[in-house]
Design a protein around this ligand. Structure first.
Ligand code: SF4
Length: 400
């Protein structure tokens, strides 16, 4: 039976850190460090050769950070190493995340030629004042130039990220952002609400915090997103993700449906061969470890031993995925999707009826109108989505 895997490649570099960002990324790194890091990434990819044969790759996601800081030759290298080590499906979805202000026509053409077929552009807001407050490096005009260049370079599958609940954002300015985005007819739109993460500059900036719209306005923005995007033919297939038919993000679907994935690069998370783990977060330690193993590649018979030894040092928080945690994840992630979870699939995966495990919780939420059963599928209703965090917490199993 063919086993599928998806690959995530982490590029931890940004021009400057945005004020709300708590992702693992660094600003101001030299081009030399980027080169060493990409070289280390390629070595990590090669290390997987002894196990890669059993898998077919369906999607690759180059995320960050700001991967579009990499020039086309580096992206080409990464993808060439992946294709050399893994069997990649001919029509695999290959995405790169990009920031306006780091994209030009030449670079975009190069990405296309390297095999990238999906672009995810972080706009966040079309209001330059708000972009400045967030510490974004770009303005709206640069986004327009990037979108036009991307279409000219032949990208026919583009996602645009927008955010609601931003400092200084009004309903009017949010609607303006959505309408401008819709003018470009992107294939996919991700619309997330701002989260104030501890330790970020935003979390310490009293002035900016005081400009964040109240929850009531944020809720209205959420409703408006559903209405406006729905009216323009976008299907909301996950709580925060909208796509034209056939353009749902295949890579994210793998996360949401419990599929296997490998993350390359610092801090990258994996769910692979029954275990969850993430790579070490220290960039110099990561580069150092990878540089140490260079000579060993010359002898292919060494690779398996090298894989086993290096992975012990590279991976942190390795946890076997027990049956109960797979069930919990099946529910948490599946219920975030509008199509919900399938009773039959639950039975196939866990050899138990979903009601045998979750009967009392399901009956209660269905009775109260937070969930519904439609044919084989169990979904959150609109009312349930509104309080999804509370509802989903009920699917944590008692391990006693
Ligand atoms: S561009 Fe993205 S990853 Fe980089 S600092 Fe801003 S939000 Fe964080």
């Amino acid at each position: 039976m063919t086993r599928y895997v998806s690959l995530y490649v982490h590029i931890p570099f940004c021009v400057v850190k945005c004020k709300y960002c708590d992702f693992l990324s660094f600003d101001g790194e030299s081009y030399g460090t980027m080169l060493r890091y990409v070289d280390a990434l390629c070595r990590e990819i090669r290390l997987y050769e002894p196990v890669a044969d059993e898998y077919v790759v369906r999607s690759i996601f180059i995320g960050g950070g700001t991967p579009s800081l990499l020039d086309e030759s580096l992206v080409k290298n990464i993808l060439a190493f992946i294709k050399r080590s893994f069997r990649v499906e001919k029509d695999a979805e290959i995405t790169i995340e990009a920031n306006p202000g780091t994209l030009g026509h030449q670079k975009l053409l190069g990405y296309r030629q390297a095999g990238v077929n999906r672009l995810s552009i972080g706009l966040q807001s079309a209001d330059d004042e708000i972009l400045k407050k967030l510490g974004r490096i770009h303005n709206y005009d640069q986004f327009v130039a990037s979108m036009n260049a991307a279409r000219r370079a032949g990208f026919t599958n583009i996602n645009i990220d927008v955010m609601s609940g931003l400092p200084g954002q009004t309903i009017h300015s949010y609607v303006e952002t959505l309408s401008r985005v819709l003018d470009f007819e992107p294939e996919h739109i991700s619309a997330y609400a701002l989260q104030v993460e501890e330790g970020t500059p935003l979390s310490r900036d009293e002035q900016l915090l005081s400009e964040i719209p109240p929850d009531m306005i944020d809720r209205r923005m959420y409703e408006i997103t559903k209405q406006l995007l729905g009216a323009k033919g976008y299907d909301r297939y996950e709580i925060s993700n909208y796509a034209k038919s056939g353009y749902e993000c295949r890579h994210n679907m793998v996360y949401w449906t419990g599929g296997e994935y490998i993350g390359f690069g610092i801090g990258a998370a994996s769910y692979f061969q029954g275990k969850r783990f993430s790579n070490i977060r220290d960039i110099l330690a990561y580069i150092g470890k990878m540089e140490q193993i260079s000579d060993a590649f010359s002898d292919a018979s060494n690779l398996e031993m090298l894989y086993n030894d290096t992975m012990k040092e590279l991976r942190e928080n390795v946890t076997p995925v027990y049956l109960y945690s797979r069930m919990e994840e099946f529910m948490f992630l599946g219920l975030r999707m509008m199509c919900g979870v399938s009773r039959e699939e639950f039975m196939e995966r866990f050899k138990k009826d979903i009601y045998e495990v979750y009967g009392p919780v399901l009956n209660r939420h269905i009775e109260q109108g937070y969930m519904a059963e439609i044919g084989d599928r169990i979904i959150l209703t609109d009312r349930g989505i509104d309080v999804s965090n509370i509802i989903l917490a009920d699917f944590i199993l008692d391990k006693e």
